[in-house]
Design a protein around this ligand. Structure first.
Ligand code: SF4
Length: 739
């Protein structure tokens, strides 16, 4: 591509789910600079430390620039032929379920769509799952149980309109920094806004919290089930809303009523006074938003935690209204886009259900596919177990590094090493995963590729290329299409650009979904290649035909007109998920949900206390992110500026525990779990609860860690969502002394 040094390119940050708009520019000397896009509705010009350092992470050091087979350079034709023929032979000999794709929330929607189409419609298996399973699968499952669909009701504007924000298991200050900045700015304007942080740790987010509830690990179901009982006991419910728009309230309240305040206190480790103050604040504050992320999702009770929160919002009618609702925020830049295109093992494209025969028939007919997966495939943890026991014989890993990021990572590495055929497409030549690949395929990176991402509030934004593709790197969608073509599916994968793929996905998303009408692909048909190039950020559901898609051409992205206008452009929209009335407001504003009777479902929950600690492993290890690094540091590790914030891996421990185990601040400690051990620097801090440890997940052997943290975590997962419990691992600690 030709570089236009005079032009700033509008694109989107590739890190977290806030999805900030970025303006990237190349100077005459080739230097790239970035700044926040002042017109992007997610960030209005703000960027956090990671976003600001994007230009420092785009050099070609360590890039995979040519296809390789067993570490030797190969041409594209040879590599693609080998991938296609090996997958074909494996399928012919062992059936379609003997192959699997493990993909990533780093992929763009167009890549995700095509990978899902190839596996579910043409190979005929649903063995495609994503590293987003580790991030937000419990929220997806909780939404589907309560709303009948994976629909996120919240928007970023709601956080500024709320009078009470309850942050549960969410360190926004470090993990979604621009959202944190928006809340802090709103609070400065409205000091009466209250913020409650529910987190075992006193994180940086507690700096703006009026109340910090240092809850016991996995105490969340008890906390919110207790809240439901309390709301019933003190007549703080919305009976009219419950009657008109929900089902199952009686059973849920009955189950909750078995728990009194003393029981909640015992299960959560909070005092009855703390609980009463929180419950009373929630009860009297109409405009309440409950924000939650990995502290809720990454649990063996993750889905129940999500539904315990949603139950309280349904019981008070606080959903579908400005400044009120449950709101899960996603970790990765395109976790939401993956949900839209069915990038998970139990979903189909366009939010359709793999277990719904009508949906399967529709998707197959639209794709003109020879097959369609008939049942959900293997979720991430199960998938690597199937690799380990030989059921999966050929695997394609795209844009992710599971050897470092999966729970029980040592077992995952052993499984990948033993797998007869492993393909990895990635931007880097030497991740801990690609070194076990039989075939490595060079993919284009941020700044070199075109596509779309969807952020936590369902806003779809363009990523745009402003750099030429280096070496022989190609977009992920191109690589997938070339393999599909060589497998004999060429016609269905003949798209020549990301724009063409998006238009196909958009057309599929426009299908009527009410089971009565025939196809209606008109809803997105207006999105053509020209629209795509200038596409301004917009909220899903998408605009109706004829709605202008390029407000930027009129001098910037359209701003919100009123509290109820939460979309990028105040034009009438068609709700393409239901196929019913045009949407001019927010999801669930009319009290209708996506269940057959249009009523939301309460889930009856009885909290259970899980004790994983033992005499040998008496502490609970919690894992998470720090402010300036991202995942396994393959990009942020390139920036010395980002590494200055925290230079080495560490473990946080409460002073009482440090004294008990004879460990001092800045000592090196050995942290053990039943699966392995790491050596890390000790940080003694009262931010940590007694009995708990915290360690960041980022450092790997490549970044001088002595042992990978994810070799310590367990593959225990939530039974509904399949999301691993990365926040609650039994561990022990001792001071390390050399020799
Ligand atoms: Fe990027 Fe997230 Fe930071 Fe925004 S908040 S600049 S999306 S990392």
């Amino acid at each position: 591509m030709e570089i236009d040094a005079a032009r700033e390119v509008r694109t989107t940050c590739p890190y977290c789910g806030v999805g900030c708009g970025v303006l990237a520019k190349i100077a005459a000397d080739g230097q790239v600079s970035v700044r926040g896009d002042p017109d992007h509705p997610a960030n209005f010009g703000r960027l956090c430390s990671k976003g600001s350092a994007l230009a420092e992470t785009i050099d070609l050091d360590g890039r995979l620039l040519h296809p390789q087979i067993h570490d030797r350079p190969a041409g594209w034709n040879e590599a693609l032929d080998l991938v296609a023929s090996t997958f074909q032979h494996t399928i012919a000999e062992h059936g379609p379920d003997a192959v699997a794709f493990y993909v990533s929330g780093q992929l763009l929607t167009e890549d995700y769509y095509l990978a899902n189409k190839l596996m579910k419609g043409f190979i005929g298996s649903a063995n495609i799952d994503t590293n987003s399973r580790l991030c937000m699968a419990s929220s997806v499952a909780g939404h589907r149980r309560a709303f009948g669909s994976d629909t996120v009701p919240g928007t970023y504007e709601d956080l500024e309109l709320a009078d009470l924000i309850v942050l549960v298991g969410s360190n926004l200050a470090w993990c979604h920094p621009v959202l944190y900045q928006r809340i802090a700015a709103a609070r400065e304007k409205r000091p009466e806004m209250k913020i409650v942080l529910v987190d075992p740790r006193r994180t940086m987010t507690s700096d703006i919290a009026d109340m910090h509830l240092a809850i016991a690990p996995d105490g969340d179901v008890a906390l919110f089930t207790g809240l439901l009982a309390w709301l019933g006991q003190y007549n703080a419910l919305d009976p009219a809303y419950i009657t008109a728009h929900t089902a199952g309230f009686g059973q849920a309240l009955f189950a909750a009523s078995t728990l009194d305040l003393a029981g909640v206190a015992a299960a959560t480790g909070l005092s009855e006074d703390e609980l009463s103050r929180f419950y009373s604040l929630f009860a009297r504050t109409e405009k309440t938003v409950t924000v939650y992320s990995q502290g809720v999702n990454q649990s063996s009770q993750g889905t129940d935690k999500v539904n315990a929160i949603i139950n309280c919002h349904l019981a008070t009618g606080r959903i579908g209204k400005p400044g009120a609702g449950p709101f899960s925020v996603t970790g990765q830049p395109n976790a939401m886009g993956g949900r839209e295109v069915g990038g998970m093992a139990n979903m189909l494209a366009a939010h359709m259900e793999i277990e719904n025969p009508g949906h399967r028939e529709r998707v197959q007919r639209f794709w003109k596919a020879p097959a369609i997966a008939g049942k959900p495939g293997l979720k991430a943890v199960e998938m690597f177990k199937a690799v380990a026991d030989g059921r999966i014989k050929a695997m394609w890993i795209m844009a992710t590094n599971p050897v470092d990021s999966m729970p029980d990572a040592g077992a995952v590495e052993a499984a990948i090493k033993a797998c007869p055929f492993v393909v990895v497409s990635d931007v880097l030549a030497k991740t801990d995963t690609i070194r076990h690949a039989h075939v490595g395929l060079p993919a284009t990176a941020w700044g070199e590729k075109d596509g779309t991402v969807t952020n936590s509030e369902r806003r779809i934004s363009r990523q745009r290329a402003f750099l030429p593709a280096p070496g022989e790197a190609r977009p992920d969608w191109w690589i997938i299409a070339e393999v599909a073509r060589r497998m004999g599916f060429g016609e269905a994968f003949a798209r020549e650009s990301a724009a063409g793929i998006f238009a196909e996905h958009a057309a599929l998303s426009g299908f009527e979904n009410d089971g009565e009408r025939d196809f209606d692909i008109g809803a997105y048909a207006a999105i053509d290649v020209e629209d795509y190039e200038g596409l301004a950020p917009f909220h899903w559901p998408a605009p109706s035909p004829g709605t202008p898609l390029r407000p930027a051409e009129r001098g910037g992205h359209a701003r919100r007109q009123s509290e109820n206008d939460v979309q990028a452009d105040p034009q009438p929209r068609k709700n393409t998920q239901s196929g019913h009335a045009p949407i001019t407001t927010r999801f669930f504003a009319d009290g209708n949900f996506y269940t057959p009777d249009r009523k939301a479902r309460f889930i009856a929950l009885r909290p259970t206390v899980e004790t994983r600690i033992t005499a040998a492993f008496p502490l609970v290890l919690n894992t998470g992110r720090i402010r300036d690094h991202w995942h396994t540091m393959t990009r942020t590790g390139k920036s010395p500026r980002l590494s200055q914030h925290i230079a080495e891996p560490f473990v946080e421990i409460h002073p009482e525990d440090a004294q008990r185990y004879g460990i001092g601040d800045a000592d090196i400690a050995r942290v053990w779990t039943p699966r392995g051990e790491v050596l890390v620097r000790v940080l003694v801090t009262t931010r940590q609860r007694p009995g708990s440890l915290f360690a960041p997940m980022h450092w790997t052997d490549q970044f001088a860690a002595r042992g990978r943290l994810d070799t310590l975590t367990a593959s225990l997962a939530d039974p509904v969502s399949g999301q691993p419990a990365l926040k609650h691992v039994a561990a022990r600690i001792e001071k390390f002394t050399a020799g």
